[in-house]
Design a protein. Structure first.
Length: 116
């Protein structure tokens, strides 16, 4: 499968917004479901959101109402719009196929830092 590459992280103050992007590193015509995960220092990687081709979207409880996942079907790019960011949202954010493969390969992710 084509590797997915994350971008768009940065440093914001609490209440700010960021939009993350997840795009395939190469050309692909496959239809696949994508999810976002995040990992804060000293914590396990956790699921954040996913968007399915069935139009179903799922969110982790703490981001509901603040984060929105969307997709541009033409180029298989998936976005994570993050509003009202809080310090506890600080983490490295990763995108990957959903559900995760048996042995998922993770990219470098994109760092999100929210200052209070």
């Amino acid at each position: 499968q084509v590797q997915l590459v994350e971008s768009g992280g940065g440093l914001v103050t609490a209440g700010g917004s960021l939009r993350l992007s997840c795009a395939p590193s190469g050309r692909t015509w496959s239809r696949y479901d994508v999810g976002w995960w995040r990992q804060a220092p000293g914590k396990e990687r956790e699921f954040v959101a996913t968007t399915l081709w069935s139009a179903v979207k799922k969110y982790e409880d703490s981001v509901k109402g603040r984060f929105t996942i969307s997709r541009i079907s033409a180029n298989n790019t998936v976005f994570l719009q993050m509003n009202n960011l809080q310090p506890e949202d600080s983490a490295v954010y990763y995108c990957n196929y959903y559900p995760l493969p048996a042995r998922p390969e993770w990219g470098q992710g994109t760092q999100v830092t929210v200052s209070s």
